[in-house]
Design a protein around this ligand. Structure first.
Ligand code: MEV
Length: 314
């Protein structure tokens, strides 16, 4: 039995604008993971089976159930390496990453399913090759993804990312303490990305100005991450959140969590990922983390994680 794993991801700055060629910064969220374990099939069963605990499912890859997202992924992953005969194996998936919540659950599941299937058919791939395949699968789900989610997740590396360009590492001068709080509202990235596209099509000049401002914030944030002081990221997060709100991708619950975090002493806060629900992040210090976490839970966050971005994650 072999187990493969991939992390969730957090976008620190630059979501949505990154789809239009502006830079963004994202980091792996390594304590929240998806795993895939290869197991022998049950006796008398032959073919490829995919199981998951939550929801409890057992699916077999065949032509009839290609509309199921996991079967679709498995089919696409095998097709990408010209494999016509699915392996006789069971892949047991397990993910702690909430779905449709801005943390890259889809890309993480595709990455671990890919790693497991390619091990089962003895077709080793580099991370760069797997990343490209997962990106193609993301396109089927999101329409026009930038590729940032799959890149951070497959490489498990903090990145300064510009669409269609080689990834660049992010240097982190001082640990960045973040709380990641979930609104509990699922929101498929595809819908938010589609609505920003409509906004852009209806008013390209105005929307481009917002993207450019976000791009400038990202450059500034990159310098602060490199040289410090980390507290200076706070106002940039607040401004990034305001610009995302202008792009219509915030929501009352996200705004509520952002305000609660700041009122409780966070240095800054913003939505993270596609928005309209899902998760937000708050910049804290070891001294303020507990107070901010309490405030987030009090105003309705369904879960709050504490994570630290430092050079070991970049
Ligand atoms: C989603 O995690 C980030 C977005 O910018 C979409 C993308 O870059 O593909 C909203």
């Amino acid at each position: 039995m072999s187990t493969f794993s991939a992390p969730a991801k957090i976008i620190l700055f630059g979501e949505h604008a990154v789809v239009y060629g502006y830079p963004a910064i994202a980091v792996p969220f390594s304590s929240l993971r998806a795993t895939a374990t290869l197991k022998p099939n049950a006796r008398h069963e032959s073919g490829l089976f995919i199981t998951a605990d939550d929801p409890n499912i057992k699916l077999q890859l065949n032509d009839q159930n290609l509309s199921h997202p996991l079967i679709f992924m498995a089919h696409a992953l095998l097709k990408a390496v010209d494999c016509d005969t699915p392996p006789n194996v069971t892949v047991a998936l397990n993910s702690h990453i909430p779905i449709a919540s801005g943390l890259g659950s889809g890309a993480a599941i595709a990455a671990v399913l890919g790693r497991a299937l390619y091990a089962a058919i003895n077709h080793p791939l580099s991370d760069a090759e797997l990343n490209q395949i997962v990106f193609e699968i993301e396109k089927q789900h999101h329409g026009t993804p930038s590729g940032i989610d799959n890149t951070v997740i497959v490489h498990e590396q903090a990145v300064y990312f510009v669409r269609d360009q080689p990834i660049q590492p992010v240097e982190v001068h001082q640990p960045v303490h973040l709380l990641v709080a979930d609104t509990g509202e699922q929101s498929p990235t595809r819908l938010a990305v589609g609505d920003v596209r409509k906004l852009y099509d209806s008013n390209p000049e105005k929307t481009t100005i917002v993207f450019q401002e976000i791009g400038r914030l990202v450059e500034h944030a990159r310098q602060i991450l490199k040289h410090g002081p980390v507290a200076d990221l706070g106002p940039l997060m607040v401004e990034n959140h305001r610009l995302l709100d202008e792009l219509t991708v915030s929501s009352p619950s996200l705004d509520h969590l952002v305000s609660a975090a700041i009122n409780a002493g966070a240095l800054g806060a913003k939505l993270s990922g596609g928005g309209r629900g899902g998760n937000m992040i708050a910049l804290v210090t070891p001294a303020t983390a507990a107070e901010v976490e309490k405030a987030l839970l009090t105003v309705g966050a369904v879960r709050v994680h504490h994570t630290v971005v430092d050079d070991t994650h970049s």
